[in-house]
Ligand binder design. Structure first.
Ligand SMILES: NC(=O)C[C@H](N)C(=O)O
Length: 387
C-alpha cells in the first residue's frame, strides 16, 4: 500500500478504460516471485486480479548504451534493445503486465520533429489498449519530448519517461533502477491525471517543468521553482500532492495529416544564446538569409539584451512578421511582459515567462503550426507560462 490511500480518488475516465484486447505486439511475462507485491494492492481499478497493462516504448539514449569499460561514463554508443532492458529489471509480475516495443534506438541528440511525431502517433495508437505508457529516452533532450507530449496528448493515463546517466556497462549504472521505478509509477493508480512524468534517481517530476541541470551526475532532473511531484522508496510511489495539471496548460491537436506536414515546416526555429560581445550580424543572417519562422532568445537575466540588439530585433521582427520569444539563460525564474525592452515596434516581441528556451521553442512551433496570430501566441505564453 502507498501511504496516500486516503487522498481524493483519481477520477476514473470510462472512455480510457482498458479494453480486453490482445495487442499484437511482443508480450513478456515474468515468473511470479515478485519483489513488488506491496505495490500490487494499490494498483488496478479495484479489481486486484486484473493487473494494469503497461507498454514500454524504447527510443534509445544512455539507458540503452554500452561502454567499453566499467568506468566509462561518456562517449559510449546506443547498443541495447528495449527487450535487453526489460530483461534486466526485476520481476514485475505482481505489479503489471509488461509489453514492449522498439520505436527507434537513438541518442536523443538525434531527435527532431520527425521522431516527436512518430512517438506521439505511437502513443496515441497504444493508449486505448494500455493503462500506462513508459518511454525510455536519452536524457539530453527528453525534457523537449516531455513538453511536446504534454502539449499534444490528452489522457489521464500515466505516461512516464525515464532514462539513465550511466551506460549499462558502468559500475553503479542507474538504468535498471530507473526503468523499474518508471514501470511501477506507470502501473500505480495514483499516477493518473498528472500529465507526462519524468522519473529518474528516485524522483518523480513534471515533464512540463523539469529540466536537465547537470551534464554528468545522476541527480540531474530539476525544477527548482515548481519542485518534484513525488518520490520513490523501495517499491512505493509517494506523491506529495493530489493529481493536477500545470496552470494554463495549452493543448494542441496534432491528429490531422496536413497539420503534421505543417508542423515540420516550423522545425527551423533557432535558439540564440546571448553573451557579452554578441554579434548582431547573426540576427540579420538568420532572419534575412535563413528566413526562420521565429526565434527564441536565451537572454542574459530576465530578458536583458544590449540596446542595439533589442532595436534590431524590434525592427526586423516587424519587417518580417516573425515572433521573437524572450527566454533566459538562467535555469529558473521568468521573463515577464514587464521585462520586454522599451522600444517602438515591439508587436512581435513576446515574453517567454517561466519556460526555458528549449521548451519555448517547442511551444512556438506548436503555435505557428496552428496558424495562431501574434496576439494569440502572446496570450498563450502569458496565460500558461507567465510571459
Ligand atoms: N544520459 C543520456 O541519455 C545522454 C545521451 N546522450 C542521450 O541523450 O541520448
Amino acid at each position: 500500500m502507498t501511504g496516500f490511500e486516503n487522498l481524493a480518488e483519481v477520477p476514473f475516465d470510462v472512455q480510457e478504460d482498458i479494453k480486453d484486447v490482445e495487442h499484437p505486439i511482443f508480450r513478456i511475462k515474468y515468473r511470479s516471485n515478485s519483489i513488488a507485491s506491496d505495490t500490487a494492492s494499490s494498483i488496478g481499478d479495484g479489481d486486484n486480479t486484473k493487473l494494469p497493462n503497461i507498454k514500454v516504448l524504447g527510443t534509445g539514449g544512455t539507458i540503452a548504451s554500452k561502454g567499453s569499460s566499467s568506468y566509462q561514463t561518456a562517449g559510449y554508443e546506443v547498443d541495447l534493445t528495449i527487450e535487453d532492458l526489460i530483461k534486466s529489471i526485476p520481476d514485475l509480475s505482481h505489479t503489471c503486465e509488461l509489453h514492449f516495443e522498439q520505436v527507434f534506438n537513438l541518442d536523443s541528440k538525434e531527435f527532431g520533429t520527425k521522431e516527436l511525431i512518430a512517438l506521439h502517433n505511437k502513443i496515441q495508437e497504444d493508449l486505448p489498449f494500455f493503462d500506462g505508457i513508459v518511454i525510455t529516452h536519452g536524457t539530453d533532450t527528453c525534457e523537449e519530448t516531455a513538453f511536446f507530449l504534454e502539449s499534444t496528448i490528452n489522457t489521464r493515463k500515466p505516461i512516464v519517461i525515464c532514462g539513465s546517466m550511466r551506460p549499462s556497462t558502468s559500475i553503479s549504472s542507474d538504468g535498471e533502477m530507473n526503468l523499474y521505478q518508471a514501470c511501477v509509477v506507470a502501473a500505480n493508480k495514483q499516477s493518473r491525471g498528472r500529465g507526462i512524468l519524468v522519473t529518474l534517481n528516485d524522483k518523480i517530476g513534471s515533464g512540463y517543468y523539469i529540466t536537465k541541470s547537470d551534464a554528468n551526475s545522476l541527480d540531474t532532473f530539476k525544477s527548482l521553482g515548481q519542485g518534484y511531484l513525488g518520490n520513490f522508496v523501495n517499491n512505493e510511489v509517494h506523491y506529495y500532492y493530489p493529481p493536477n495539471r500545470p496552470t494554463g496548460l495549452q493543448k494542441f491537436n496534432l491528429l490531422g495529416e496536413d497539420e503534421l506536414k505543417d508542423y515540420n515546416k516550423y522545425s527551423n526555429i533557432p535558439i540564440l544564446y546571448f553573451h557579452q560581445n554578441f554579434n548582431n550580424e547573426l540576427i540579420e543572417l538568420i532572419i534575412k538569409q535563413l528566413k526562420v519562422p521565429g526565434i527564441v532568445l536565451a537572454t542574459m537575466g530576465a530578458g536583458s539584451l544590449a540596446d542595439s540588439t533589442n532595436k534590431l530585433l524590434a525592427k526586423l521582427s516587424t519587417e518580417y512578421q516573425i515572433p521573437i520569444i524572450y527566454s533566459k539563460r538562467s535555469m529558473d525564474g521568468s521573463v515577464s511582459k514587464g521585462s520586454l525592452p522599451k522600444v517602438s515596434n515591439k508587436e512581435y516581441l513576446i515574453a517567454g515567462g517561466y519556460l526555458n528556451p528549449q521548451k519555448s521553442r517547442i511551444l512556438l512551433q506548436l503555435c505557428l503550426n496552428d496558424n495562431l496570430s501574434i496576439e494569440q501566441i502572446r496570450k498563450i505564453f502569458k496565460e500558461g507560462y507567465g510571459g
